[in-house]
Ligand binder design. Structure first.
Ligand SMILES: [Zn+2]
Ligand SMILES: [Zn+2]
Length: 222
């Protein structure tokens, strides 16, 4: 069930620092670095920062001063990156970030709109047209409504392989309990098909969604 992460947090961070040496205006570097520091443990935000500094939407020196969250669903986040020059939309998950364009253009992709529950582009603007009305994106590990590891929302299913997911058979940690063997009757998983077979049984049994109230007890409200 283990999934290899595409890049480690530290690795991403190093690359962002390097990219910023070329792309971020020198006189703003200290402030812009604080933004990156704030999200040092949030792979979603780091993927956006990495994409931004690799690509620089206006093709000139720029930097992200703030991230705001518009929506999240099944571990996929739609954020506004407020830069020194403009506001941009990014779609991101734990693996990558995708640049969608300036916020004022809205979203044209119907599939993306429907994924987050908007009828159309107008509907999107009603909720997200004014970035000042959106909440600041808390790092995934600090947001009380999100799984601290995969970033899924309260009541939604974890990203496959998330270590926070609870096993519906034994109540233990699904990534490490032995139910995959007892339920399939196999001693080892040597083929992709063996895992698929288990995932099918798991779906039939019913996966346990993330429960913020029970699974984030260490988080103290401020
Ligand atoms: Zn999770
Ligand atoms: Zn189990």
């Amino acid at each position: 069930m283990d999934e290899a992460l595409p890049r480690s947090l530290a690795e991403l961070r190093r690359e962002i620092d390097l990219l910023m040496e070329y792309g971020a205006p020198a006189e703003e570097r200290t402030e812009l670095t604080k933004v990156v520091d704030r999200y040092a443990a949030d792979i979603i935000a780091l993927n956006i920062l990495h994409s931004f500094y690799s690509f620089l939407p206006e093709a000139q020196d720029d930097g992200i001063v703030e991230l705001r969250r518009i929506a999240n669903h099944r571990g996929v986040f739609l954020l506004v990156a407020k830069s020194l020059l403009n506001d941009y939309l990014y779609l991101a998950d734990r693996e990558k970030a995708e640049f969608l364009g300036p916020l004022r253009e809205g979203i044209w992709d119907q599939e993306v709109l429907e994924f987050f529950g908007w009828r159309d582009r107008e509907d999107f603007f009603k909720q997200a047209g004014d970035p000042e009305g959106l909440m600041i994106h808390l790092p995934v590990n600090e947001a009380p409504d999100l799984c601290p590891v995969c970033g899924t929302a309260d009541g939604e299913l974890h990203t496959p392989g998330c270590p926070v997911e609870i096993c519906p058979w034994c109540g233990g940690q699904l990534t490490s309990c032995s139910c995959r063997f007892t339920e399939t009757g196999r001693e080892a998983f040597t083929r992709e098909a063996h895992l698929d077979e288990f995932l099918e049984l798991l779906a039939k049994k019913g996966r346990i969604p993330f429960n913020a109230a029970e699974q984030r007890p260490t988080l103290k409200p401020e």
